[in-house]
Design a binder for this molecule. Sequence first.
Ligand code: AFP
Length: 342
Amino acid sequence: MDHEADAHRTDLMTITRFVLNEQSKHPESRGDFSILLSHIVLGCKFVCSAVNKAGLAKLIGLAGETNVQGEEQKKLDVLSNDVFVKALISSGRTCILVSEEDEEAIFVEPSKRGKYCVVFDPLDGSSNIDCGVSIGTIFGIYMMKDSHEPTLDDVLQPGNNMLAAGYCMYGSSCTLVLSTGSGVNGFTLDPSLGEFILTHPDIKIPKKGKIYSVNEGNAKNWDGPTAKYVEKCKFPKDGSSPKSLRYIGSMVADVHRTLLYGGIFMYPRDKKSPNGKLRVLYEVFPMSFLMEQAGGQSFTGKQRALDLVPKKIHERSPIFLGSYDDVEEIKALFYAAEEKKE
Ligand code: AFP
């Protein structure tokens, strides 16, 4: 009998245990961050269960409202937003919340206030709900700048100031990927235990990948460097094999694949959307934070994504993220185009 393997199977590293272990490395910590994370985890479990039951419960369908971006809201979006807002406020550890679904930032009432700001997209990829494709929640956590009255400046900080970021993917399994600033770890929900178990410790993205991921339907409106890069992926001139194209259209799923298999995910600007589509605070920043923590890079077409300083809570930015070498290649094309202009 393989006792060592048995011990391994019975010694489960739950996300709670993992976060408490991390906390114990900071003796000054009062556990506020762990409490906040446990409320985020609860929100993810709830949404996972709702997503799994959606078809049966007839939760799928339009709720008859439109969100800030003028998109039709699905019932699951509304539900997920409610769940996260309530879970975050009841943690007693938050002061400002920015959600993709709410036009204005939510300032938590003083009696329930804590020192953290949370930016999140409660259910990203909602146009994929009806066909059962993976969707997810994305979140980032900031600390208030000083312990003064909270203002929007507390959330309009560069992504580099984030303390933690993560996503939860509701797919063939429910996977939560988290970074608290020292590497990236992935946890899979064991439905029988109702616990997220560490299944992907210390995720490192391959240095170079074989996949590119972009909505090629927008190609006619792309700028020069993006078009050149995709051309290189398809018709490499250095004797290497062409890259494969994979595009789900659900950022969490596309980024998750990129993180595990390597390659590049892009949502560039184009003539119709000069700032691209994806939102800085709760899509670009958390995913860029995770990519860098896993050894990859993230670039806007002009600069390192995490150095952006957003001026508005729902601001958008073009994004190119993934394996270090692949992003390096597209950076070179953008810099060369910039030099040509000067
Ligand atoms: P939806 O929430 O409307 O499905 O948008 C998803 C998303 O914000 C992101 O998850 C995808 O990466 C991106 O949009 C896909 O956009 P395109 O449909 O324009 O390719």
